[in-house]
Design a protein around this ligand. Sequence first.
Ligand code: F6P
Length: 549
Amino acid sequence: MSTGPVDPTTTAAWADLQRLADAFEPDLRSAVTPSWVAAQTSTAGDLFVDLSKNLWDADVEAALLRLADQVDVAGRRSAMFAGEHINVTEDRAVLHTALRLPADATLEVDGQDVVADVHEVLDRVFAFADRVRSGDWTGVTGRHIETVVNIGIGGSDLGPVMAYEALAPYRKDGLACRFISNIDPTDAGQTLEGLDPETTLFIVSSKTFGTLETLTNARLCKAWLLERLPSGTDESAAVAQHFVAVSTALDKVADFGIDPANAFGFWDWVGGRYSMDSAIGLSLVVAVGPEHFADLLAGFHTMDEHFRTAPPEANVPLRMGLLNVWYANFLGAHTHAVLPYSQLLHRFPAYLQQLTMESNGKSVRWDGEAVGYDTGEVFWGEPGTNGQHAFYQLIHQGTRLVPADFIAFANPAYPLTDGDTDVHELFLANFFAQTKALAFGRTPDEVRAEGVAEELVSARTFPGNRPTTSIMAPALTPSVLGQLVALYEHITFVEGAVWGIDSFDQWGVELGKQLAQQLGPAVSGDASVLAEQDPSTQSLIGYYQENRG
Ligand code: F6P
């Protein structure tokens, strides 16, 4: 293991923060003054970010910035951008930022011209997508492709799905994408329903090309295709026309029977959850077209440059990451809500769950030492206003502290009225109302002044001081989506850097994968494997065997 990180709890800034937290008595009603709002509002690219309704003050912010200094977040950031092997446990560079460098940039890593590699693949991805979109690429019977099915899971699914939904207004008519991720055969069964095999193209997306779910679903889809194409169709020609792959393991792609000419590579320095802007985005490129995908990449790059170059006091991902550390380590928050006021972002919280929780759900530091402090945040959320009618009650009046990020856009994708009212304005009024209600609440006296009976006053009081960050942008364009995703990537990075953990490995998912392989025979009836299991697992498998029809 390399030299260890600084234990953040040993820094002077950590002690300062502890003292500040002990004495902290937030009162957003008095704190949110015009000058505070001005000081706490920043722009990063097209994002307008208001941090003023958070539970911190200038002293806390200054101490957090000192903490970043004392654990050397900036040094780790430079190491990441330069391609040093900061993914220590896998001995890899972490270079998702290179995926969005412009073609004329230069970056050599481990003796390799990374920018040239990225753009060589990107050009092939764009050319392929153009062929599918124009109808030049056909299925084996000569018909144009109408549906693209991405088969992948985790980072090889969540990003493409999220962005496909988010950029729905940019999709090409007559060309739909569907996504199969779960090994539950219901997923493939439902997704394939109604599809015409002659007009369906499968993209097998897997960084490792070794993931059980994806390979099983790929085989299932291959069988589905071959059974349904006109009899006499040449099988290898069918696979060649209907299957392409995205992977870092191009040898395994060939073993699966996919022509390497129809495979798009990426590199081990792209983490799965950081890969939607690599060739893993192929389904999205087909759906929205190379030009919009290029705008998405430019958006990512805008945020990368902001993170890399903006001074600490104006650096939005740095400040948001530090705020999250403040909430998690000093104010006792366990979870973090992300509440997009955009139906198009309905998969954004799920996407962020992998990004943030697979990255920062660690209890050892990158030198292998156990951490002595909390790491990670449980990210969750749903679009507003749906969430308002479900779980906001707990955020407004519950006993737990739930910092929440609210995201909204000035211009709707679908500007509709109900005859009189611009419905987007009604929608945004809810966005503004919620952050206001959470911050400022309603005092018992204000409730009484509304004529509420005394015995109901406490139930109808809102304590306020519930922290929110508001993120706004002119519209949900491809570029803005790229900026948003990169913002959260860098927030995640900052938290991991403070905590001294390797945000880029994911060993915690391995044990379950191994055990699933071992248990397979027991589930299928191998009594000797079953006998080796613990009593609870034996009992559960026994229940399955008795009840399977
Ligand atoms: O099991 C977790 C994981 O490794 C994720 O990190 C990754 O995004 C996902 O599985 C899928 O992996 P692959 O792209 O290699 O199939």
